[in-house]
Design a protein around this ligand. Structure first.
Ligand code: NAP
Ligand code: G4F
Length: 328
């Protein structure tokens, strides 16, 4: 039975990846940080094949201990401060966890190493946010980086250090340059979930309006359950590498609002949306659209959930959740 260690197990992607790997027959271990982390019980309850281990991406000894304890075949490094807006307010913490955390996890893998015949394979959760002020459209693995946030800068460090450990120490380290992926499990701070959960509350008469920042930004949005498959496929390749993972479609926040409000039975979202400059960013990423040809050709990967289906799933899930909590 293969063994996988996932950092960021309590996050959106960690939860989908642990279920995906368990279904493939893996014994799955998830790294949980903090004292009495309130999300630990949730993820344990969701996946009976998941075992939790303690550790923090700020603390190398705890990572070495976790890798020694688990003896994984594969490590998926998903843990991060992942909210771009927070990274502007807490840039040092972001650099510490999202940037240096990658170096620490790679060091733990290098030091513990695995067996000679079966060295540990490593996945790094890189991000389209590294493209930032985009140099070309669409973006590929060869597009130069120009990050626009402390988060993007930290991810660029993580990406480059993974490449360096691959070249310097021969570690089987792959980076997935994943474009935005959302789901029914997306954190409420991200714009898609903020819209679908607020819309569900508006529909039920529990809320009057949604306050948002920049509506013109464009993102390439897919479903997280599709994207975790690409992570796994990267680690099954003979040779490690870097892959863009995206849908190849881009939509503005306005278009997301159009689809969501139409699905909820409204003619227009404009009466319900307010601009609040607290949600504007000091520097913005205006246009993300990925070219995932390499992932399609070498991994045989393609996204299955369309933009419309993604919005529908998120809205319907939030409507059911809000109905349930209103009935209690
Ligand atoms: P997420 O929901 O924000 O999850 C982040 C995870 O990191 C959480 O489990 C969190 O644990 C953990 N974490 C935070 N600080 C930590 C620390 N000091 N030590 C150990 N773990 C820590 O993010 P996601 O959407 O699942 O994304 C997964 C990864 O992919 C992240 O690295 C993100 O930056 C990257 N990514 C995401 C997207 C996307 O669109 N979702 C796109 C490209 C790249 P607690 O919740 O318990 O604090
Ligand atoms: O949903 P967002 O916060 O996601 P963002 O910044 O694209 O980052 C996500 O995707 C990255 C991949 O490209 C990941 F690496 C990262 O970890 C994260 O998962 O914001 C999307 C867009 C931005 O342009 C933002 O300015 O929506 C705009 N926006 C407008 N109003 C808003 C809001 N974003 C948020 N969070 N809240 C608003 O009220």
């Amino acid at each position: 039975m293969k063994r996988a260690l996932i950092t960021g197990i309590t996050g959106q992607d960690g939860r989908y990846l642990s279920e995906f790997l368990a279904a493939k027959g893996y014994q799955v271990y998830g790294l949980v940080h903090g004292q009495a982390n309130p999300k630990a019980a949730l993820v344990e309850g969701e996946n009976p094949r998941l075992e939790l281990v303690e550790g923090d991406l700020r603390d190398l000894p705890s990572l070495i201990a976790a890798v020694e304890q688990v003896q994984p075949d594969e490590v998926y490094n998903l843990g991060a401060i992942s909210f771009v807006q927070l990274s502007f307010r807490q840039p040092e913490l972001t650099a510490e966890i999202t940037g240096l955390g990658v170096l620490r996890m790679l060091e733990a893998v290098r030091i513990v190493g695995g067996t000679q015949n079966n060295p540990i394979r490593f996945y790094q959760a890189s991000s389209s946010e590294m493209f930032g002020k985009v140099r070309e459209v669409p973006q590929t693995e060869a597009t130069p980086f120009h990050p626009r946030s402390p988060y993007g800068v930290a991810k660029m460090f993580g990406h480059n250090i993974a490449v360096n450990y691959r070249e310097a120490y021969g570690i089987h380290a792959s980076s997935g340059i994943l474009f935005n992926h959302e789901s029914e499990r997306r954190g409420h701070e991200f714009v898609t979930r903020k819209i679908t959960s607020s819309l569900a509350r508006i529909k039920l008469g529990l809320q009057d309006s949604i306050s948002l920042g920049n509506l013109e930004a464009r993102r390439d949005w897919g479903h997280a359950a599709d994207y975790v498959e690409a992570m796994w496929l990267m680690l099954q390749q003979e040779e490690p590498g870097d892959y863009v993972v995206s849908t190849g479609e881009t939509h503005s926040i306005r278009e997301f609002l159009d689809v969501a409000f139409r699905l909820a039975g409204y003619d227009s979202w404009e009466p319900y949306v307010r601009h609040d400059n607290r949600f504007d960013r000091p520097a913005e990423v205006d246009l993300l659209i990925g070219d995932a040809s390499k992932a399609r050709d070498r991994l045989g990967w393609s996204p299955k959930v369309s933009f419309e289906e993604l919005v529908k799933r998120m809205y319907e899930n939030d409507l059911a959740l809000e109905r349930r909590s209103a009935a209690q």
